[in-house]
Design a protein around this ligand. Structure first.
Ligand SMILES: [Mg+2]
Length: 146
């Protein structure tokens, strides 16, 4: 039986005629931390954010994500992969939440089970996005949190 997330993803794949320029949030002056260990996945997010004006910090493991949040006080939002080397995204999120209860954390993972979404939210993430996701999907979520 398809779960809620799969239904949403199927719906989103139907509106592929939308304009690339539609509804992009203005991220000038904002700093986003992208935690992603697969280079091609990071490059896709980077391309999606290309014209947004955001400054992007990229790390490829959970430990570096925790350290980066500790050393950069101006991070506005985190896009957090879940399957990561050294420290997974759930553990990294829990660690970040000890000192940063409010910074928005968007989990991203190739799993699209409802239980994965619930795991991410209970670890302290604010939202969940299933990979592969489209630019507009990411932008809609960013617009809610930045
Ligand atoms: Mg990964």
């Amino acid at each position: 039986m398809p779960n809620v997330i799969e239904k949403e993803a199927a719906f989103l794949h139907f509106d592929h005629n939308e304009q690339q320029s539609e509804a992009a949030p203005d991220l000038k002056g904002k700093t986003l931390l992208v935690v992603e260990d697969v280079v091609s996945n990071y490059q896709l997010v980077q391309a999606y954010l290309g014209k947004s004006g955001a400054e992007i910090i990229h790390v490829d493991n959970g430990l570096d994500a925790v350290d980066t949040v500790k050393s950069h006080r101006h991070i506005d939002l985190i896009i957090m992969d879940i399957r990561l080397p050294k420290l997974n995204g759930l553990a990294a999120t829990r660690e970040i939440r000890k000192t940063n209860p409010r910074i928005p954390i968007i989990a991203q993972t190739a799993f699209a089970m409802q239980s994965d979404r619930e795991m991410c939210l209970s670890a302290g993430c604010d939202e969940f996005i299933a990979k592969p996701f489209r630019r507009q999907e990411l932008m809609r979520i960013l617009a809610r949190f930045v």
